[in-house]
Design a protein around this ligand. Sequence first.
Ligand code: BJW
Ligand code: ZN
Length: 246
Amino acid sequence: MAAIAADLQQAGLWLTESKRVAALTGAGISAESGVPTFRGKDGLWQGFKATDLATPQAFARDPKLVWNFYNWRRELLAPLQPNPAHKALIRLEEKIPQFSLITQNIDDLHRRAGSKNLVELHGNIWMVRCTRCHLVSRNEEVPLPELPACEECGGLLRPHVVWFGEQLDPTILDKAVAAIRSCDIMLVIGTSALVQPAASLAIVAKEQGARVVEINLEPTPYSHKLDLALQGKAGVLLPQLVERLE
Ligand code: BJW
Ligand code: ZN
């Protein structure tokens, strides 16, 4: 406990000295809101691994199965609320002159919490895209039909999210990289750091001279390369960290 208090104090000092802060979040930040993570034991739906359904191949093979999976997640997410970790990032954004929040999450919880300068790397579960005319729109219907159709052209809709093997939107990725290239400190919160290119953003930050602090329940493949790895729940540690600026 004493060790974590000292680490929190150190991270708090670095934050106090920083004008430009970037944070990267993953599924772990939403776990305390009730959102299942991807690679834990709860990353299973009807015996399928979530990461096996989040692929263009799975959608091409069986779009109904993939839509059933996303409909289940839309139902699960609709009533969930941001937790103390999402809210701590709002207070951080209010205090830091230049703050960027980069999330891999598609759950909309940062937006619902009130984050403003938000980059959603992997899309948003409440957005859909037509596979024929490529129109992107927001759709909060729960559940959507098993094979939802585009209102403009009748084509099959798909979730407007980034699946494995798909390119991230280059404009969105550029915005994230620009924030990382210019930050004084980066917080990496609740991500297993297994998925590229998001995981390498921490290395981009280190290489340009920023301090990087990780908050996670467990060590990740990147922990030993970073300045500090705080082990614990984001909903507990992040509010304590931000308190140090108040
Ligand atoms: C807590 C906690 C608490 C729990 N408090 N902590 C270079 C090298 C190798 C491979 C590649 C590469 N470049 C590209 C690839 C391929 C691939 C990739 O990375 N594969 C790896 C698995 C090896 N990447 C891509 O395909 C990407 N595209 C791309 O780069 O395009 C160019 C290209 C194309 C083709 C070939 C080569 C290049 C796209 C990646 C898209 C990822 N999409 C998903 C699904 C989104 C939609 C959906 O949600 O349905 O994004 S997969 C899934 O993983 C989701 C997540 O955003 C992402 C990351 O997961 P995350 O957030 O880290 O969650 P978990 O569950 O893994 O971890 C949770 C963590 O929280 C754990 O560490 C816990 O300990 C912790 N935790 N409770 C604090 N309370
Ligand atoms: Zn269409």
